[in-house]
Design a protein around this ligand. Sequence first.
Ligand code: DAK
Length: 259
Amino acid sequence: MAFKFIKVNPQIEKHIALIELNRPKELNALNRQLMLEIRDALRELDEDETVRVVVLTGGTKVFAAGADIKQMANAGAIDMLNIDQFSTWDQIKKTRKPILAAVSGFALGGGCELAMTCDMIVASETARFGQPEIKIGTMPGAGGTQRLTRAIGKVRAMEMVLTGKFISADEALRFGLINRIVPAELLLSETLKLAGEIAKLSPVAVKLAKESVNNAFNSTLDEGLVFERKNFYLTFASEDQKEGMVAFVEKRMPDFKGK
Ligand code: DAK
């Protein structure tokens, strides 16, 4: 690989890995190489026992202005089919550890989809979200019509997808697309703080809880409740559950090991 389009910094704080998109001149447009680098980094980090939470950011100016239009412009349908374009999105979905997106500036098209595929979104006040694919003669292809609709509801998603309009960080918060808004200069530190809160907890329970919440999108309520119950029982097979409850009784901080 001639040039890396992401920077990966594991352990910048205990148990947290930071992935930073690094194509600033192209506003972090998601070309194939960058997407493959994200996929590979996530695979490695998911297997790395020292990592408990991943933060994905584009830095303080822009999250990502979408898939690389210059790379896609002349592609045919069969080119699109033949390239394994969904492997990154599939990998994000498969990653069992929590992934937090830290979004400043534009998160458009595939950039918005990338943020929405993460588990939580912390945004700076400069963040702008949009699915503007309609303006270039296509439509969202990596979950924009599905995840956005589930997050903010049909009529708002319709307006964004059919007109390509952007929404502000305030609107995104009001619509339930993001977790919180922080000043741009604090974006990374505040996201790391949130990641740090999760990283202190039992990695076993966190993994099972994440899986259970995600399962809510793919099941009936009754099926989801059964799935949740089984994961709840499973936490009782962990040393972390014993440690957590004994620490509570002994009035001390728990020391979770992920076992
Ligand atoms: N692709 C390639 N280059 C981009 C880009 C993009 N999406 N967005 C910006 N750039 C480049 C610009 O061409 C420009 O490059 P130079 O001209 O300097 O060489 C540089 O970044 C700076 O951009 P601007 O000069 O345009 O900057 P402005 O501040 O004036 O405007 C903007 C910023 C974000 C409003 C504007 O750049 C813009 O509208 N960008 C395009 C936004 C967009 O339409 N995004 C959606 C793209 S379609 C799939 C997965 C995902 C997708 C599809 C399939 N599969 C898995 C199958 C996703 C599709 C998309 O995202």
